[in-house]
Write a protein that binds this ligand. Structure first.
Ligand SMILES: Nc1nc2c(c(=O)[nH]1)N[C@H]1C(S)=C(S)[C@@H](COP(=O)(O)O)O[C@H]1N2
Ligand SMILES: [Mo]
Length: 360
């Protein structure tokens, strides 16, 4: 077993704080096993005593709340959602290949995963607190203190009140039917389907209903999309929120040698926001012609969609190229070069995998 109960198949980017991505083999499962699910943390995993733990709800509300886990579980209706989490830094390695991004981990395709989450709707808790007229955003703060932040501070972020009032946004205590693991935010985490992973605050302790977005480091400086020549700083660039349409090839792997003839290509696509994956196309001739892949298990609006297709490869070198389409008719940008940004976020360029087909 790896650290924090994670499986040994994970690709560890950093030991302290622990950061690791899911290996390709585990990404092919429609639900990601908990022990293989990627871990992204900006500070050490905090030790939280679930018995003493309280969730404070305050700010622009009629009634402040101070809830124990037992109260949360008894007073509100339990809900379950299948949702994909995806870090904004997923596939950063492809941007680093264009130009280096010092100080940021070279995440491959595995800074994403899909799980069943169980808890209560944030909306139900907010309804009890009663947002005031000026309420427009809901902020969240975890128990972990990040030394990466300037100044060092707890991890936090906010989402618009409209989204916070949607039934799919959960305060979750279970993942894949098991109590939440400490590394994934126990005793309670937020899960914001359709939004970048950074908004799904782990080790949640405080909810602040606000008139303005969160001003903390992880929303005001980090997780922002800067222009190519931009300099990270407070308020620079645009805050990331909704996940952009993305996909990746899971098999074959880059550099594989395969027997020539029919080859099965598999991957995932995730639309983000409230969009769904409408179509996935695959090309083996550099994008001149495309064939439609078969979309596999439909796990609902908040989850990725796996796909497969069989292509016929003649002996020689090939590049397999993929483009997903979402329900807003958007497709993926052609190349990483046009997407490079100083923090290395939102690489959603069409994935390419080079393989060699050997004459059998
Ligand atoms: N408290 C806290 N919550 C957090 C983070 C963190 O560092 N601290 N990282 C965020 C980021 S950037 C991502 S992508 C997801 C990752 O969730 P996971 O580690 O359970 O996969 O958690 C988010 N929630
Ligand atoms: Mo993230």
């Amino acid at each position: 077993m790896g650290r924090y109960g994670t499986s040994v198949g994970m690709i560890v980017h950093e030991e302290q704080p622990f950061n690791a991505e899911t290996g390709l083999a585990s990404l092919t499962e429609s639900l990601t096993a908990t022990d293989a699910f990627y871990v992204r943390g900006h500070g050490a995993v905090p030790e939280v005593d679930p018995g003493a733990w309280r969730l404070r709800v305050h700010g622009a509300v009629e009634r402040e709340l101070d809830l124990s886990l037992a109260t949360l579980r008894e007073a509100f209706r339990e809900r379950e959602e299948i949702a994909t989490l995806q870090c904004a830094g997923n596939r950063r390695a492809g941007l680093i290949a264009i130009r280096d991004i010092p100080g940021e981990a070279p995440w491959g395709p595995g800074a994403t995963g899909t799980a069943t989450w169980t808890g209560v709707a944030l909306a139900d808790v907010l309804a009890l607190a009663g947002p005031l007229r000026e309420a427009a955003h809901v902020g969240f703060e975890g128990a972990d203190v990040s030394q990466e932040a300037e100044p060092a501070q707890r991890f936090g972020g906010s989402i618009p009140l409209d989204k916070a009032c949607r039934h799919e946004v959960l305060l979750a205590w279970a993942m894949n039917g098991e109590p939440l693991q400490p590394v994934h935010g126990a005793p309670l985490r937020l899960v914001v389907p359709g939004y970048i992973g950074a908004r799904s605050v782990k080790w949640l302790e405080r909810i602040e209903v606000r008139s303005t977005p969160w001003q903390g480091y992880f929303q005001n400086v980090v997780y922002r999309l800067l222009p190519e020549d931009g300099t990270p700083g407070p308020g620079a660039g645009m805050p990331l929120g909704l996940v952009a349409l993305n996909s990746d090839v899971l098999s074959p792997a880059e550099g594989d040698t395969l027997p020539a003839g029919p080859v099965e290509v598999r991957g995932y696509a995730f639309a983000g926001g409230e969009r769904y994956v409408a179509r996935v196309d695959v090309s083996i001739d550099g994008g001149t012609s495309w064939s439609q892949a078969e979309l596999l298990d439909d796990l609902g609006l908040w989850a990725w969609r796996h796909w497969r297709i069989t292509v016929d490869l003649a002996p020689g070198d090939h590049e397999i190229l993929v483009r997903a389409w979402d329900s807003s008719a958007a497709t993926q940008p052609e190349h990483e070069a046009a997407l490079w940004n100083p923090k290395g976020y939102v690489n959603n360029a069409r994935p390419r995998v080079r393989v060699h087909a050997a004459d059998g």
